[in-house]
Design a protein around this ligand. Structure first.
Ligand code: PLP
Length: 481
């Protein structure tokens, strides 16, 4: 704590980290150069929003925090030095217990896809709740079947069979089980810097020490991450793919069960994979008898803009796709979609999930799919995402501290470094700006092994005005360092 305070005071003593040297500005546009010259004097204002939150009559933040500390496990963590007590949400905005409004640029960790309390999704959930909340799949009910049909219609190739579960972790557990049963092999390949869940099995797939405990991690090989910004081979997909082949040749019997990857790493800090990587690796893995799993828990449902699924950005069709988070807009829902051949391996024993495909979650998830289409959210993500990336890249030209701006659609990362050459993570600075953004009314996420990447993944109804507000707030917050 004392060390952290010392670090912070050092940062605050430092002159403003605005770029002034010729070298740093060499690639900047004249408008960015003009922006660089202009200091930021006043804090930006939230875009207008015609909604009045209800008066809050619940317990204050201190009381909630105390109860959490007493009755909930100590592994729970919270954002911000003074934690936020969020009591209401409407579309892309959240309200705290004082009625203060925030732009939600993190969507409950990339989960509120269509917007907080979206009226059509609420309607579907409430209507079904009044009819029947639960019965399990031992009886027929049309909701699970309709939802599965709608979801399958969104998939390419022969990805036509759906298993519903309750979370991304469960989806990845099931996918790994299918890969092992179908291939008859044990070894799984995953990427370094990946996050696939925290259960005993998926913790093995996850490759960030901050999320791992010393328990048996299974037969998992973590290959070099094809990260164009930090990766050892830059954007050279074939060099990274060779590392996969090396793992198979030297670390396995020459056969593997499968390969799993997020198509843009989420928890790892919005890291895109080197272009062409998945195509090469899928070929290698299939030759070694394995199946290819795309973890679309964060990247699915149009968020990346140009495509509905993240794997489409790499021009591949996986054998198994896992999803959760955005599929339910906040409902506990996950799914695994695969081919009939692979799905069949689970017919050898009973495979059952009490809540998977529950009528309420199915009605809600089905409504999510309809809303995304009706409101043309994929196109919207593409348009607003481009605008946001443009604004953030101008800030990158203005501030040396911003080492990388990356992402697609409304899945964006801003990586802060104290030295652009060495890419030294600006961990403490990220913390200071994070608190400042909250003060200004913007909630973003943090990610990456060193916690020095801002994750911008708002509900997909986030507008260009919201993007401008976020960029202005970032500009203001960085200028005040
Ligand atoms: C890419 C990815 N996969 C899997 C998971 C696990 O999902 P859940 O927390 O719903 O179990 C997460 C959660 O953050 C994730 O980001």
């Amino acid at each position: 704590m004392a060390f952290q305070r010392l670090l912070l005071s050092k940062i605050l003593e430092r002159p403003i980290s605005r770029i002034s040297s010729k070298r740093s500005l060499s690639s900047s546009t004249s408008s960015a150069a003009a922006a660089a010259a202009s200091p930021v004097h006043s804090p930006p204002e939230l875009p207008p929003f015609d909604y009045q939150p209800k008066p809050y009559a619940g317990p204050p933040a201190d009381e909630v925090l105390q109860k959490r500390k007493t009755f909930l496990g100590p592994s729970l963590f919270h954002y911000y030095q003074k934690p936020l007590n969020i009591v209401e949400g409407k579309m892309q905005y959240l309200f705290d217990d004082t009625g203060k409004r925030y732009l939600d640029a993190f969507a409950g960790i990339v989960t509120v896809s269509c917007g907080h309390c979206h009226p059509e999704i609420l309607h579907a959930v409430m209507e079904q709740s009044q009819l029947l909340q639960h019965a399990t799949t031992i009886y027929l009910n049309h909701q699970i079947a309709d939802f599965a049909e709608a979801l399958a219609s969104k998939m390419p190739g022969n990805l036509k069979v759906v298993y519903f579960v309750n979370s991304g972790t469960e989806a990845n557990e099931l996918a790994m089980l299918m890969a092992r049963l179908y291939s008859g092999n044990l070894g799984m390949i995953a990427l370094r810097n990946a996050y696939h869940g925290g259960s005993a099995g998926t913790m093995g797939l996850t490759a960030l020490n901050t999320w791992k405990y010393s328990i048996p991690q299974g037969e998992i090989h973590h290959v070099v991450n094809p990260d164009p910004y930090r990766g050892v081979f830059g954007s050279d997909a074939s060099a990274y793919a060779k590392d996969v082949q090396d793992h198979i040749d030297f670390g396995t019997p020459g056969k593997v069960a499968g390969f799993i990857a997020e198509t843009i790493q989420g928890v790892g800090g919005a890291v895109e994979l080197a272009p062409g990587y998945l195509k090469r690796v899928y070929e290698i893995v299939r030759k070694a008898g394995g199946v290819c799993i795309a973890d679309e828990v964060q990247t699915g449902f149009g968020r990346t803009g140009d495509y509905y699924w993240g794997f489409e950005t790499q021009g591949v069709i996986p054998d198994i796709v896992t999803m959760a988070k955005g599929i339910g807009n906040g409902l506990p829902l996950g799914a695994v979609v695969t081919t009939p051949e692979i799905a069949n391996v689970l017919a050898q024993r009973i495979q059952f999930n009490t809540f998977g495909g529950n009528p309420v979650c199915s009605a809600g998830g089905h409504a999510v799919l309809k809303v995304i289409d009706k409101e043309r959210r994929q196109e919207h993500c593409s348009e607003v995402g481009l605008h946001l990336l443009g604004r953030l890249r101008s800030l990158q030209e203005k501030y040396e501290l911003i080492g990388d701006v990356r992402g697609r659609g409304l899945m964006v990362g801003i990586e802060l470094v104290t030295d652009r050459e060495l890419k030294t993570p600006a961990k403490a600075e990220t913390g200071v700006i994070f608190e400042k953004l909250r003060e200004l009314g913007v909630l973003v996420g943090k990610g990456g092994l060193h916690g020095n990447v801002f994750r911008i993944k708002p509900p997909m109804c986030f507008t260009k005005a919201d993007a401008d507000f976020l960029a202005d707030a970032m500009d203001y917050a960085v200028s005040k360092l």
